[in-house]
Design a binder for this molecule. Sequence first.
Ligand code: 5GP
Length: 208
Amino acid sequence: MKLNDRGLLVVISGPSGVGKGTVRKALFNMPNHNLVYSVSMTTRKIRPGEVDGRDYYFVSKEEFENRIKEGKFLEYAEFVGNYYGTPLDKVNENLDRGNEVVLEIEVEGAQQVKKKMPNCVSIFLVPPGKQALYDRLRHRGTESEEIIEQRVQKANREFKKAKYYDYIVVNDEVNNAADRIMAIIRAEHAKTERSIHKYMELIGEDEE
Ligand code: 5GP
């Protein structure tokens, strides 16, 4: 029996280099869920192995700025010299279908989403230690020293934003982190405040 018509908006955020992408992929590989990933739009260059339309929609700065003017983003942010944003229409479409929509975004964007859609669930993914994160950023190997340094500085500022989130999940091991996130999503979905209206409707009673 399904008690919620509209899906849940799940925001996964955390400092640059914490492994959000890897954890998100592990989450989607788990069985029995109706999670849909919201593919973001960005102006950054495509990296080797990335696919346009799967990892991101890669667009020019001009196109991105036009879409900002047209109000087509749920949120957007500038991150180390590039724009990143969540296309609004797809998010709403999927929530209306009853799917859980997962956003994997940086902290400024996450704060905008929380303001616009306060009943979303926000999860802050953290590394088991700062050094682990610095090592990851350095060993990604696809960026120049200058960009890596900017990402390290950015991560240092982002660490402090944890208090704005509903949940904090440690990424000590990818599958553990994905398990914890799935447990949060399932528990949130069953929360009384999300399902009471539908439940009372089902049993044909008015709420007291
Ligand atoms: P990367 O360039 O490593 O793919 O992403 C850089 C940062 O931008 C990451 O922290 C990633 O989570 C974040 N990001 C990806 N898509 C979006 C988005 O649509 N909006 C916001 N605000 N951040 C995003």
